[in-house]
Design a protein around this ligand. Structure first.
Ligand SMILES: [Zn+2]
Length: 116
């Protein structure tokens, strides 16, 4: 899957760059950071990108990332198949993105928008 360019990354992602950006020395260098919903990529030259966790990480029969709410999912004893214990998604169900829980970052943005 492809990366989405971010013009205005969350503050905590910028802080990662402030702390660890010195490690980026060549044009191909980048850092990745896990958020609640997104994996962020910071490239040399302070370019920010993001990608849904469920697109970035492979999901196997036993473990992975819920494509619905982006929670980490793992097959527990007694589960007949991979199931998300947060939103109820199971393997084979169509992805319902509109059910996705907002991360606190998304929530914060929505709150600001609604206020004005
Ligand atoms: Zn889920």
């Amino acid at each position: 899957m492809s990366w989405e360019r971010l013009e205005d990354p969350p503050r905590w992602v910028r802080e990662v760059y402030e702390n660890d950006g010195w490690q980026l020395k060549f044009e191909d260098d980048y850092l990745t950071v896990n958020g609640d919903t997104w994996v962020y990529k910071i490239e040399f030259g302070e370019q920010y990108y993001r990608q849904l966790k469920s697109d970035y990480y492979d999901t196997t029969r036993n473990e992975g990332t819920c494509p619905n709410c982006q929670a980490y999912v793992r097959r527990l004893d007694g589960d007949r198949f991979l199931i998300c214990h947060r939103c109820g998604w199971t393997v084979g169900l169509p992805v319902l993105r509109w059910l996705r829980y907002p991360s606190w970052v998304d929530y914060y943005v929505e709150k600001l928008l609604n206020r004005w």
